[in-house]
Ligand binder design. Structure first.
Ligand code: GLU
Length: 467
């Protein structure tokens, strides 16, 4: 059997972080088993399903590098097929026309509520002769659901879950305007696509019982279900806006690498021992639905930063420089020259150790390519003010350093400190301030070597000239 999984998001304006994890699990399981991963956009709510909302999902998945097999399917475009199946059930005697008016239904609901019964519809048209249909009422099609027994699901995550069939009323399959209900559409689409495994949020567990009834009515194979617990916030409450960003694009904009995000999302609810860092390659080898936890995972932003920092350090310098280019350009307000791009790349080893995100990295790299005069922070200003004499000495040392390398400059710094009878820090800090505009930077002699002799001298001169 070839495994076929799918991700079936409803377009709501962004790819929700929980949806992204669902997509990842489906994708991993398909790739692990050599199966297929399908994408279906559940766009039957026409008011919400704008092109922008659909695009946000596709872009989110592409950014996460979760590629789907075949074309993305629009659920809405399959509405005729959904209706066809409803009529087929009618012919098979597994569904029936119901002519209840909205008032009748309201009355039934109120009565059920007053009597504390869970079931809304009382099945009054189930066995009634359609000849009795009131004139002018357009019927809906309802499923003739089993009245006794129980519906059981052997969920791959939740274990065996069941519901008494008396709890489930005869659901509507096709509305009076001929449009399918969500339950029908999902089942028909999954069946037609040959979906073997439905991995989704456990907020859909209750739907699974009803969906199962439709499969059975049609005599179709029921897929395997894996309902995964939703993601909670750090405080244990269901994840919501107040916990932080919900859309995946916000994480992209904060500067997390897609691979880091995949790793983090994987660990939200799936584990392989205590290992935190699992490459996508390993994840494909190791992932199994049976490893998905049964309790809700908590979003942990500190952990995300930790994982992200590790991926930044592992990434190739060229790749990182490429990633931060446009961020740096926006910040410094100019296009970078080829030489400046090379400079960024060459500076990566000194910068990436401290960065948790690409945004951190870009922020820390800007000083290298900023046009002069550099902006100075307060501490750097006083370092320059109090270190003018040292900076003047540096001008000579820089001009004379041969070769112009970090090691040679460090040597000069030691000699200068000795000569002036001051600490190495008192020699290095004014230089750091002059070259970076800050009191913190990557190793400063390396910075000078990267900037080159001319630019280093220009920066010292500009700092000395500062009021
Ligand atoms: N469209 C549903 C959602 O976005 C998912 C339905 C399913 O996976 O069956 O929550």
């Amino acid at each position: 059997m070839t495994v076929v999984t799918r991700f079936a998001p409803s377009p709501t304006g962004y790819l929700h972080i929980g949806g992204a994890r669902t997509a990842l699990f489906n994708w991993l399981y398909a790739r692990h088993t050599g199966g297929k991963f399908l994408l279906r956009i559940e766009d039957t709510d026409r008011a919400r399903s704008t092109e922008d909302a659909v695009r946000a999902i596709l872009e989110g998945l592409k950014w996460l590098e979760l590629d789907w097999d075949g074309d993305a399917v629009s659920q809405f475009e399959r509405k005729d097929r959904h209706a066809e199946v409803a009529r087929q059930m009618l012919e098979m005697g597994r569904a029936y026309y119901c002519y209840c008016t909205p008032e009748e239904l309201e009355e039934m609901r109120a009565r059920a509520k007053a009597e504390g019964r869970p079931v809304g519809y009382d099945g009054r048209w189930r066995d009634r002769d359609p000849a009795e249909a009131p004139a002018g009422v357009k019927p809906v099609i309802r499923l003739k659901a089993p009245l006794t027994g129980e519906s059981v699901i052997h969920d791959l995550v939740q274990g065996e879950v069941k519901v008494d069939n008396r709890q489930l009323d005869d659901m509507i399959l096709l509305r009076s305007d001929g449009t399918p209900t969500y339950m029908l559409a999902v089942v028909v689409d999954d069946h037609d696509a040959g979906v073997t495994h439905v991995i989704r949020g456990d907020d859909h567990l209750n739907n699974a019982f009803r969906q199962r009834q439709i499969y059975e009515a049609m005599g179709w194979d029921v897929p395997q279900y894996a309902h995964i617990p939703l993601i909670h916030g750090p405080d244990g409450a269901k994840l919501s806006k107040r916990h932080g960003a919900l859309g995946i694009e916000a994480y992209r904009d904060m500067g997390y690498l897609p691979a880091a995000m995949r790793n983090y999302l994987l660990r939200l609810g799936w584990g392989h021992g205590d290992t935190d860092i699992i490459s996508t390659e390993d994840a494909i080898k190791l992932f199994d639905v049976s490893g998905i936890g049964r309790s809700p995972a908590r979003m942990d932003f500190t952990k995300l930063d930790h994982v992200s920092g590790i991926y930044i350090r592992q990434a190739a310098d060229k790749e990182l420089a490429g990633h931060i280019m446009s961020r740096v350009e926006t910040e410094v307000g100019t296009k970078l020259t080829l030489a400046q791009r090379d400079l960024l790349e060459a500076a990566m080893p000194g910068l990436k150790d401290r960065a948790k995100t690409l945004n951190d990295l870009a922020e820390a790299a800007c000083f290298l390519v900023r046009p002069l005069p550099l902006p100075f922070n307060d501490k750097a200003q006083s370092l320059v003010r109090e270190g003018r004499e040292v900076l003047a000495a540096w001008q000579h040392l820089i001009a004379a350093a041969e070769p112009f390398s970090a090691a040679a400059l460090e040597e000069s710094a030691r000699a200068l400190a000795e000569q002036k009878q001051i600490k190495l820090g008192a020699v290095a800090q004014p230089l750091r301030a002059a070259l970076s505009g800050s009191n913190v930077s990557p190793p400063i002699f390396e910075v000078a070597a990267l900037l080159g002799r001319d630019e280093t001298l220009r920066r010292i001169e500009a700092a000395i000239a500062m009021n």
